[in-house]
Design a protein around this ligand. Structure first.
Ligand code: LLP
Length: 420
């Protein structure tokens, strides 16, 4: 649970407010962020990095929680911003992030996205392919010199779920080290493309810090550059029996490897996403159905439309009941969602005090990649997001409404399917 969580009279409170009060006001499903916990985690990254390697910057990998509120908080806490698409770019700009603090990632950036990024003046573009270099060659105007990093495939197994492993030698992301070497040479005197360094990112939800050290070692042969971006990927503990390295343990391992393999005068970048925001967020659902067939099922009013991580990556969450948090768990249930998909599972074996219809179920550690992947499966509406702090709640994103859903289908371009 997030840092400020406490249980009084059986009621779970976060940021000084009972979850059931938040739910009464904002409805369910509801994403709740503990602002203090969020800021504290961001600070531990920024301070921890600065102490160990002063010439460094911490980028928030904003794909983990692309909310204007969180872009603004990250920027205020001293983080730069990693975006991976023009949608995230616009959200960051809307949050008031200085383009000089924006780094643009992505493996298939379009002309439109690159032109827009150059136009607003993003600090860095992280190039993933030679086609992207060709596009930049065409798009960067004569008056501009664009800073670039080249993404390297390090050939390192992140030892994580297959869908989150991006550093192996058959990865889609990046270019082989030897080719990166040649490209750096070829572009050395380019008038508009300024390759200042390289980037590596081996995957996500990584629990073994040794893998990060290997990725750093893979960059050693590409020496003499100004900037080394070591990516993100630190895992978090999703349930009580899982253990994840702390930010300090992670930085110790990473920076020890950097001291060994990278130039001492280089600037180091890291781009944590999940581990920055995951533990600060919880999701609240309302129980709709309790039934016993082959198994005991508890169905809630959300599911893979707002929590796609489970079917996609097999994450195993825990749950508690918001207003019965002091009752001993005595039942094992399968917590399922409401999308028409047998894979729509929230928790396979949740231990709860025998749940009843209308109980509020809270799933901790859902601050990362949950809101990110919300979708409209079965016409589901995106949940509201609320930020709590010191007994105050502020909406970070309003709940999607039926009108939002219908807007995309309004007769456009003069053609109305109802009157062909
Ligand atoms: N940098 C790059 C280039 C990335 O691709 C990512 C994540 C990060 C940084 C941040 O990694 P993190 O610190 O969050 O592990 N959809 C999956 C997660 C995909 C991660 C994508 N890239 C999930 O639901 O778990």
């Amino acid at each position: 649970l997030p840092a400020t969580a406490e249980v009084t009279n059986g009621k779970l409170r976060i940021g000084g407010i009972a979850v059931s009060e938040l739910v009464a006001e904002y409805g369910t499903p509801l994403h709740i962020y503990d602002e203090e916990a969020l800021r504290a985690q961001m600070r531990s990254y920024v301070d921890g990095m600065r102490q160990r390697w002063p010439n460094s910057d911490v980028l928030f990998a904003s794909k983990a929680a692309p909310l204007v509120a969180i872009y603004a908080i990250a920027a205020a806490e001293g983080m730069a911003i990693d975006i991976a698409g023009s949608g995230e770019l616009e959200l960051a700009l809307a949050a008031g992030v200085d383009p000089e603090r924006i780094y643009f990632h992505g493996n298939a950036k379009t002309d439109y996205e690159l032109a827009r990024a150059i136009e607003v003046g993003v600090h860095m573009i992280v190039v993933d392919s030679e086609d992207e270099l060709d596009r930049l060659e065409r798009l960067v105007p004569a008056t501009h010199k664009q800073r670039l990093l080249l993404r390297v495939i390090p050939g390192v197994d992140a030892q994580t779920h297959a869908s989150m492993n991006t550093g192996g030698s058959d990865s889609t992301f990046g270019l082989p080290p030897a080719r990166v070497h040649e490209l750096i040479e070829d572009l050395r005197d380019h008038d508009r493309l300024d390759v200042v360094g390289v980037h590596v990112h081996i995957g996500s939800q990584i629990l073994n810090t040794g893998q990060f050290a290997e990725a750093v070692a893979a960059l050693a042969p590409i020496g003499g550059l100004k900037v080394y971006d070591l990516g993100g990927g630190l895992g978090v503990a999703y349930h009580e029996h899982e253990i994840a390295p702390s930010v300090d343990e992670y930085l110790d391992a990473l920076i020890a490897a950097a001291r060994k393999h990278l130039p001492a005068d280089a600037q180091l970048l890291i781009e944590p996403g999940r581990s920055t925001v995951a533990r600060a967020g919880v999701t609240a659902y309302r129980v709709v159905v309790v039934k016993q067939t082959g198994k005991r099922f508890v169905a809630v009013d959300g599911g893979m439309a707002d929590q796609l991580e489970v079917p996609l990556t097999g994450v195993r969450f825990d749950a508690i009941l918001a207003d019965r948090a002091d009752e001993a768990p005595d039942t094992e249930v399968q917590l399922v969602g409401r999308q028409c998909e047998s894979g729509d599972l929230l928790i396979d074996d949740a231990r709860l005090p025998s749940p009843r219809v209308d109980d509020i179920v809270v799933m901790p550690v859902t601050g990362a990649y949950s809101y990110t992947m919300t979708n409209n499966y079965n016409g589901a509406l995106r949940p509201a997001v609320v930020m709590v702090s010191n007994g105050k709640a502020r909406l970070a994103a309003r709940r999607e409404e039926v009108a939002d859903l219908l807007r995309l289908h309004e007769p456009a371009g003069g053609y109305d399917w109802r009157n062909p």
